[in-house]
Design a protein around this ligand. Structure first.
Ligand SMILES: CCCCCC/C=C\CCCCCCCC(=O)NCCO
Length: 572
């Protein structure tokens, strides 16, 4: 090789090495920048989560100190009595000044602090409530004068975050209270605690990376359910007499079923949703609504009566001027009731089915007419449910979680939403023959009710309480509750029984459900009561009928008969 050739060759080699080296070091720099960014963003996430956790702890510490101070001068001898009162009894005693708002407030505060220690159900004690308590006398004429109230964290509260378990929503305090809270405060209620939920709210477990997992008051190895699981656990354990959840797929009803309380999903639009935060905007096919949760049906009705007033319509004119019809709620004429105890192709646990059968028998004995009812293509409606709740195939859901650690309860869902589009198309192609798109599920269902001349429907609700992290894996259960969000019918649940050894033995046939609900003997069993849109009072009246008949039957049977007895307040 001549000198010149040698020179060119060496030069090329050098350049080749150099460009490779440049490329490599460029890539290394880029990688390092990404890594640093990632480490920084993780650090930032952790910092924000820790700050939120500290704020929560601080609110508890301040509340504990205030409670201690109060107790030094007020012995709180009425505590057990106060905690045993239903909402109607409590409001009566407060209005008649037989009890003071202070003793009621501090009694519930003490119970809440105790319950939270065991169940991890609260996200914050609302410290502004101490100030509100001082001036509550001015609301003496309010329907809920002096009643302490719990709120799910996604209900906006002035100067407080509504994180929905998503890190990027931390440190974004709301400018104003949501409409429901404004109305309740005018009615004399004192919101004093906020409660836990699953990350991003589209799940029926109850865990998020900020506030952790909420446990079931009846069995600490089970979830409280969700998404309004903090409410259900707190109320179920006696720490609150009335609370508000939200429901787009069963979130007020499923945790009520898991924790043995009553939960009500009104017709969407009957109560104002203004200021109820969700991580999606513009969901119009499946409608979300706030709904009350309490230990008995009368409390739910009283809550509806307190909320549905001129002020709510003034603050949110999208809600109808449709006062609560007390007469319809109190009516006791016999009903024509459609019923079904399972849904084809969707798992229904043996105890859910038994719950419906037992209640059906009680209703018949009480003179009501029970008519078999086959729901209109519930499984077909599942397509509409998922398209309505996740119109973009989960893209927004994933996007909202960016910058947040993903909670284990969401892993199954997130994996599904991350499936490549081509794979989803293949899956859709395979599943298509099993699902036919319903033309008009609302009108078809209404036509079926009219044909059978039905007033209401009795059916199962998801339960009993699941083992941790199974809710996200069993979205196939959701049609039990979400159907009524899609149809926008009103629906509520009432606890009626407990899981028996026989229910547990009968589980073996349900491969998918077995692992989720095994070990449930003694857990609450509930049924679901449904009515047509805007027939909220009729739905509540039906729930009340079920509640009364079950209570009477259990009393007649005597305590502990066959392990089926469910004493609604026996966990206090
Ligand atoms: C075959 C089953 C298809 C069901 C479609 C599932 C689609 C989306 C998942 C929704 C899960 C809803 C759980 C309850 C969430 C809820 O009500 N949240 C309240 C938010 O305010």
């Amino acid at each position: 090789m001549g000198f010149l050739e040698q020179f060119v060759h060496n030069g090329r080699a050098l350049l080749g090495h150099r460009s490779k080296a440049i490329l490599l070091s460029g890539a290394a720099c880029f990688g390092a920048v990404l890594l640093v960014q990632r480490v920084n963003s993780r650090r930032e996430q952790k910092k924000r989560i820790l700050e939120a956790q500290r704020r929560r702890e601080k609110s508890f510490q301040v509340a504990e100190r205030a409670l201690l101070e109060y107790k030094q001068s007020h012995p709180m001898t009425n505590a057990l009595y106060i905690l045993s009162l239903s909402l109607s009894e409590l409001t009566k005693q407060l209005q008649e000044s037989a009890l003071s708002p202070e003793e009621v407030f501090y009694t519930y505060l003490e119970k809440t602090l105790d319950v939270h220690q065991k169940l991890n159900c609260c996200t914050e004690i609302i410290l502004d409530s101490f100030e509100q308590l001082k001036t509550i006398g001015s609301c003496k004429r309010g329907i809920l004068y002096g009643v302490p109230l719990s709120l799910k964290e996604n209900l906006l509260l002035k100067n407080h975050d509504s994180s929905c378990g998503v890190v990027k929503y931390l440190n974004q305090p709301a400018d104003d209270d949501c409409v429901l809270v404004k109305v309740l405060k005018e009615q004399g209620a004192i919101p004093f605690v906020r409660t836990n939920f699953p990350q991003a709210l589209l799940n029926y477990d109850c865990s998020n990376p900020i506030y952790g997992q909420t446990l079931n008051p009846h069995n600490l190895q089970k979830t409280a359910g969700g998404s309004s699981g903090g409410e259900a656990a707190l109320i179920g354990a006696g720490g609150s007499v009335i609370g508000i959840g939200t429901d787009i797929g069963g979130s007020a009803r499923i945790p009520a079923s898991f924790c043995a309380i009553c939960g009500f999903k009104p017709t969407a639009g009957r109560l104002s949703s203004k200021g109820c935060k969700s991580i999606f905007r513009g969901q119009k096919t499946v409608l979300s609504t706030p709904g009350p949760m309490a230990r008995d049906v009368d409390s739910l009705a009283l809550f509806m009566k307190a909320e549905i007033c001129e002020q709510m319509v003034f603050l949110d004119p999208t809600t109808p001027l449709l006062p609560f019809d007390e007469g319809l709620y109190q009516s006791r004429n016999s009903l024509r009731i459609g019923y079904f105890d399972c849904i084809e192709q969707t798992p229904t646990s043996p105890s859910m089915t038994r719950g419906v059968q037992e209640v059906k028998a009680l209703l018949e004995q009480a003179g009501h007419t029970l008519v078999p009812f086959t729901p209109v293509r519930i499984l077909d409606m599942a397509e509409l449910m998922s398209k309505g709740a996740l119109a973009d195939g989960g893209a927004t859901f994933l996007q909202q979680l960016e910058g947040s650690p993903v909670d284990p309860v969401l892993h199954a869902q997130v994996a599904m939403y991350r499936l490549p589009i081509c794979l989803r198309k293949v899956l859709a192609f395979i599943l298509k023959p099993f699902v036919s798109f319903p033309s008009d599920c609302v009108n078809d269902t209404i036509a079926q009710w009219r044909r059978l001349n039905l007033d209401v429907v009795l059916c199962p609700i998801i339960g009993p309480a699941f083992n941790f992290c199974y809710c996200g894996k069993l979205m196939s259960m959701v049609p039990h509750s979400m159907t009524y969000n899609l149809l926008n019918f009103c629906a509520g649940v009432v606890p009626v029984s407990t899981v028996t050894e026989e229910d547990e033995r009968n589980l073996f046939v349900l491969i998918g459900l077995l692992q989720a609900i095994t070990g449930g003997v003694g857990l609450p069993v509930a049924v679901q009561c449904v009515a047509l849109p805007w027939h909220d009072e009729l739905c509540l009246r039906f729930m009340k009928e079920v509640e009364e008949l079950v209570k009477k039957a259990r009393k007649d049977e005597g305590a502990n008969a066959n392990g089926k007895v469910y004493l609604i307040y026996d966990f206090h």
